[in-house]
Design a protein around this ligand. Structure first.
Ligand code: SF4
Ligand code: SF4
Length: 406
């Protein structure tokens, strides 16, 4: 991996044109020049020249970024913003002593304990039929302060069981290892079941392995040591012949694609070159919805437009394109944890765009985005409980629960 100094020429390519301001969700929410890539490049330039120190204040500015990559896509110089920010954050971890708070949020052991506790908690939660009860009283809870809003956010993770409507079939000729991601593994098995049900229609044999987290939040935070530890543990678990590694999570997909950039092992290259989204396998399926739903989508920053084409082609639905449907939802894992107010502000604007469309469902392919959108919806409900609220749902769950194949 390159050091910050190695990006000197790349950073120098920034002409200070300021175009990135017009697309950066964090800048729009804060009007803080340090939030946008131009401002960060000014700071990093000062660090490379030895005029500034890479200290915790600079790290806070670097953390003012959801990693959406909108500035990269819009930048005339096409500067690889995320790679540079990651290198700068990695340098911060190498050269600074870490605060207690940072140690806590960087601890994978604690993260895993949290996920295992979440698995038990949600099993009991569903057993007691709480998702339906809390949803019924959502207008009350969203007005009950931050705790009520957090409860609603928690509730949005707990989908109820459903009856699969898809056919089983097909001779299996390709082997795919399924990388289910932390959310499907620990919190919501229904998404995983939905993926399995949908792939029953394909020629793919699904292989399960007990993977660790892909490491996305550690990579984005610049904690390369922890990221590499997870990468190596995941490579060890990939001890079988396979044609593809598949995932239904847009964030896992992008991270696995990047494994080969951080490891020189052949197995890392093979994994990165073989990883595909489940949507790649179902592009040619024809789905038909059981009711004429009004559907809109949120495109995660890391997904392709293919998944939107799958939605548009579902027979019997009305597809609606919401304003800024492909812009960042403002959640992005640790960003939401470290910058709660900004995250809520971005999410609220996004959610309002969807509520304006009066859709029945917002479909997406990233669990963090589901949380981001639900966070925004809760904020709006708290202000105006009369709105018709669309349900945020994982695409694959929607296909398995509300569609049949034709
Ligand atoms: S758009 Fe690119 S070149 Fe222009 S200020 Fe932003 S980072 Fe620099
Ligand atoms: S990646 Fe997104 S949030 Fe980060 S600076 Fe660029 S536009 Fe802003």
């Amino acid at each position: 991996m390159k050091n910050l100094k190695d990006y000197e020429d790349e950073i120098y390519k920034c002409s200070r044109c300021g175009l990135c301001q017009s697309v950066c969700p964090v800048y729009k929410a804060t009007l803080n020049e340090c939030a946008v890539s131009r401002g960060k490049f000014n700071i990093l330039n000062g660090i490379i020249k030895g005029e500034l120190n890479l200290n915790s204040t600079v790290k806070k500015y670097l953390d003012l970024c959801t990693g959406c990559n909108a500035c990269h896509d819009f930048c005339p110089s096409k500067i690889d913003v995320k790679e540079i920010f990651t290198a700068a954050k990695a340098e911060y971890y190498k050269t600074n002593s870490i605060s207690f708070f940072e140690k806590i949020i960087n601890s994978y052991t604690l993260f895993k304990v949290g996920l295992l506790s979440g698995r038990i908690f949600f099993s009991v939660y569903r057993f007691l039929r709480l998702p339906g009860i809390i949803k019924y009283f959502d207008k009350f809870f969203c007005k009950a302060g931050i705790l009520g809003k957090r409860l609603l956010l928690l509730n949005s993770l707990a989908n109820c069981r459903y009856k699969n409507r898809l056919r089983k079939s097909k001779h299996k000729i390709k082997k795919a290892v399924y990388f289910e991601g932390c959310f499907n593994k620990y919190i919501n098995k229904e998404n995983e079941e939905a993926v399995k049900n949908i792939l029953e229609e394909s020629n793919i044999e699904l292989i399960k392995k007990d993977f660790e987290c892909c490491g996305v939040s550690y990579l984005n935070d610049g904690n390369i040591e922890q990221f590499l530890s997870l990468l190596n543990r995941n490579l060890k678990k990939l001890d079988t012949e396979y044609d593809y590694v598949i995932t239904d999570c847009a964030s896992c997909y992008e991270t696995l694609k990047n494994y080969k950039l951080y490891s020189s092992k052949n197995s890392a290259k093979k994994l990165s070159d073989s990883v595909i989204m489940v949507t790649d396998l179902i592009k040619n399926f024809t789905f038909e919805a059981v009711k004429p739903y009004r559907i809109t989508v949120h495109k995660p920053c890391h997904d392709t437009y293919d998944f939107i084409d799958i939605v548009k082609n579902i027979k019997g639905i009305e597809y609606i394109e919401a304003k800024d449907y492909d812009k960042c939802c403002g959640f992005s894992g640790k960003f939401a944890l470290k910058n709660q107010e900004i995250s809520r502000k971005i999410a609220k604007q996004k959610a309002q765009n969807y509520i304006d469309e009066q859709a029945d469902f917002i479909l997406t392919t990233c669990p963090a985005c589901q949380l981001g959108l639900n966070q925004g919806i809760t904020e709006i409900l708290a202000e105006n409980g009369k709105e018709k609220i669309p349900e945020v749902m994982n695409l694959f769950l929607f296909l398995a629960k509300y569609c049949k194949t034709v």
